[in-house]
Design a protein around this ligand. Sequence first.
Ligand code: ZN
Length: 472
Amino acid sequence: MSLKELHKKNKATNRSGQAVLFIVMAICILVFAMLWMVDVHRIIFLKDRSQNAGDAAALAGARWQATSLNFIGELNLVHALASSLDDDVSVDVITNTQMRISFAGPMTGVAAAQQAAKLNGIHVNEDFTSFMMEHADKIENEYGAIFNGNKALPEPWPGAWYEYADMVRAIASDGVAAGVDNAILYTDPMGPHPLLQIEFYEAVRGKNWCWFHFHGMHLLEEYDGYTWWPGLPAQDEQALTSPEYLPLNLRPIELKLSSVANEDHASIKAAEEIGIDLLPQEREDDEPLENWIYYNSGRWGSWDTMLDPSFPIEGDVRDEYNYQGADSVMRVEANSHRLMEETKAHDTIVWTGAAKPFGYLESDEGKATPNSVGLVLPAFRSVNLIPIDASSAPDGGSFNMKWRRHREYHLPSYMSAGPSALFPNCTYCKQLATWEIPEFRMSGVEWLASNSWKCVISPPGGGPSGGTRPAH
Ligand SMILES: [Zn+2]
């Protein structure tokens, strides 16, 4: 190759590199313009006004999940194009943008859900609001630091935790009307620690000694003060790659371009659909490893495995719709005041709506689930309401704010300072104070010594708290 030819080739590569950078910048601008311009009216018109606020809020959240997943998918394809042109600068910009969308997209969904609920006449809920505000402080103060012996969480981009805290705080300061019911932070950690089981406190309050008979005789017999408790399980140290509200459950994976864009891969076809001419890549020895955004396969399993037999759907779930991974569950509460003023009674009406992004990839064998190739690709085409039983919302306690506060804030201080650090206004702290009285525990041991034969396990299907019958 002559010097002139080489020069020409370099120039061509440069030009196409600049073109990619331009596309990326255009997409970034488009994404952020769209992300922060909350298009609620479209959602409201989708749901007729007469329908309820919880459904509208859930749809609003799911819509932004779908939008975010599609943008992240499109950026995976632009990444492949940039990478095939050796445009490292664009690749960096793309990966960074994807991580930001993973957070900003779902959080915009949370904001849109608030507007949807408010426009449907739901008032700001003080409990939801203050808890979200407290969580913003927690993110800012604890996520990037070593706190209570937990390691700092790795930041998805520099300064991410402050930006995430700001997003949460911005939504909370506007007032929360629709609570995100499937937020990661409302899922109790799976673990045998009695202090993290709401049933333990219920057993203490109801003197349900049978609960101890079945779930921990040693607690009654061996407990001798707060230092006896095993340590609380450490905070989940898995990297957080999307917000705890409306999580997308994605993760970056290091791969070479030729594994992402080869002839068999669905990415070539998906690229064609959005007008990118992506050529299959030959495998070369010196290919660099780059970060590609993939579905977290642990979370994007098949949908029908989480459906219990009472799931209200006739027949099988269609294959291309059979995946979990991202959904939006919103709870609204409304007070209806009774007409008789002097009673001061009111009924709280609670409604939880659930919705999910749906879509599919076209493959040679027909339609396939969006996550069928692992790599996130633009695949989501609609948003639909789903039954709450088929959502990822935890069974119980997701909006028991007293429990959340107890778990997040009271337990750590009790564990380090003992009963004097319990909060007198907290019902769970009160049960712990009762538990600390030796005579209380002794009376359980004595009751069980002659009455344990009365304890029977209740039949299955008795509701989420399940377990045992009350002893008294
Ligand atoms: Zn408490």
